[in-house]
Write a protein that binds this ligand. Structure first.
Ligand SMILES: *Cc1c(COP(=O)(O)O)cnc(C)c1O
Length: 228
């Protein structure tokens, strides 16, 4: 199927999920996850009106970002952040969804100096899966305090990837609850920026939107299966 047909189907799923939970379609941003896909696939998706793209691998992403050279696109880093890649990430991306350590946040902050703040999310390990990245729910607030002290980062909210065994309905609901508890605890200035809940992939975007996702990260349903 073409990206156009895939996008129509994804849009229909998002619209139905928003409708089912009484949310506006404009509350949910579709991030097209283009990892392993060539720049021409991103171009085709951008030509269909998509504006937000997610990438996991820094070198691959930087090559696409530079090839496309479309400054109106928003690039979201959604892979694990290695400390030797923080400069490239802070230079080329608009968002980082996967902050799980203060050290990484400080490096991104230092490399972002002199530019508009980098939007960041804290990745929560909602199901305490030892194989998954992310900070434990009970350690989230301490990491948030560290990030709020960094002038070149704009802390926007939470992101999670659930373990395969976790029921997406209850898993995403628990992250949404944590999101609300943190929001209530933030000072007014930080609370004004706290607006993003990045949940949901191809298999479970409906449960994510029902739980309150503001961003869904969709790869397979848009671009087809990945070869790697
Ligand atoms: C690859 C990836 C996605 C997209 O997954 P699909 O199941 O292909 O939609 C979303 N989020 C993250 C963090 C990913 O690594």
């Amino acid at each position: 199927m073409s990206i156009r047909e895939n996008l129509d189907q994804v849009e229909a799923r998002i619209a139905a999920a928003c409708h089912a939970s009484g949310r506006a379609r404009s509350d949910v941003t579709l991030i097209a996850v283009s990892k392993t896909k060539p720049a021409c696939a991103v171009k085709a998706a951008a030509d269909l009106g998509l504006t937000d793209f997610g990438e996991n691998y820094v070198d691959e992403a930087v090559e696409k970002i530079e090839t496309l050279a479309q400054p109106q696109l928003n690039w979201h880093f959604i892979g694990r952040v290695q400390s030797n890649k923080t400069r490239a990430i802070a230079t080329h991306f608009d968002w980082v969804h996967t902050i799980e350590r203060g050290k990484i946040a400080r490096r991104l902050d230092a490399h972002r100096e002199g530019r508009t703040p980098l939007s960041v999310l804290v990745q929560v390990n909602a199901d305490a899966d030892p194989n998954k990245a992310g900070v434990a729910a009970e350690e989230t607030m301490a990491l948030i305090e560290d990030i709020l002290a960094l002038p070149n980062l704009k802390l926007r909210g939470l992101m999670t990837i659930l373990a395969r065994e976790t029921d997406p309905g209850s898993g995403y609901q628990s992250v949404a609850q944590l999101f609300g508890e943190i929001k209530a605890a933030l000072n007014p200035k930080a609370r004004a920026d706290w607006d993003t809940l990045s949940l949901g992939m191809t298999a479970d975007l409906e449960q994510a939107i029902a739980a309150g996702a503001t961003h869904v990260r969709i790869g397979t349903a848009l671009f087809g299966a990945r070869d790697t």
